[in-house]
Design a binder for this molecule. Structure first.
Ligand code: GRF
Length: 197
């Protein structure tokens, strides 16, 4: 099974998944990275892994419909079966959504539907969790549709919030959990023959 990644920044989740394909923990092939950000760590990681990558964004394609079509063409050209959003900060266009219905996964660093939606990304999520006085947070993997963080939830796992947590300490604990949980969940999906349930 060919994996296509969409990532905007660090790409540490993408790296964890690539590492799992190399160790044999995950039977899949990292086939492509599409990034909107040419100077991201994600593109540097793709380059050093020898994985094909392409930069597609509103500069390369000012017309959103053309950007959507270019993404779909690139995904199809590389035979991508499953799209993985790993810190991708843009919406997915309607053509890609239709062609990959139920085959686009996102990871979010909270227990959705809590602390999700537009503007809820990165440290904003963890700050909101701490400000709300939550004792538990977590990680959600969900299908992607045309609304931020609204697609059907595939898997969730909890992460404790500790009394002396800062945004940084909580973010680090959740990110470490994301890496393990994404690989585990993908392994389950691959084993089921791409049956996402
Ligand atoms: C992760 O916290 C993920 O849940 C969120 O964006 C972050 C991406 O981190 N969607 P990385 O780019 O994989 O390091």
């Amino acid at each position: 099974m060919n994996l296509g990644f969409l990532a905007s920044h660090g790409g540490s989740n993408m790296q964890a998944i690539i590492d799992a394909t190399k160790s044999g923990a995950l039977s899949a092939r990292p086939a492509l990275l599409i990034s909107n950000n040419r100077n991201s760590q994600a593109t540097a990681r793709a380059q050093s892994e020898g994985m094909p990558f392409t930069v597609l964004n509103s500069v390369t394609h000012p017309d959103p419909a053309e950007l959507d079509r270019a993404m779909l063409a690139s995904l199809e050209e590389h035979g991508v079966d499953l799209i993985i959003l790993a810190g991708y900060m843009k919406m997915i266009g309607p053509e890609v959504l239709a062609a990959y219905e139920d085959r686009i996964l996102n990871i979010h660093p909270s227990l959705l539907p809590k602390f999700g939606g537009h503007g809820m990304f990165g440290q904003h999520v963890h700050r909101a969790v701490l400000e709300a006085g939550e004792k538990t947070t977590g990680v959600t993997i969900h299908l992607v549709n045309n609304e931020y963080d609204q697609g059907r939830i595939i898997a969730q796992t909890e992460v404790p919030v500790l009394p002396d947590d800062t945004v940084e300490s909580l973010a680090a604990r959740v990110l470490k959990c994301e890496h393990e949980f994404f690989v585990e969940t993908l392994a389950r999906i691959v084993a089921s023959g791409l049956h996402v349930s």
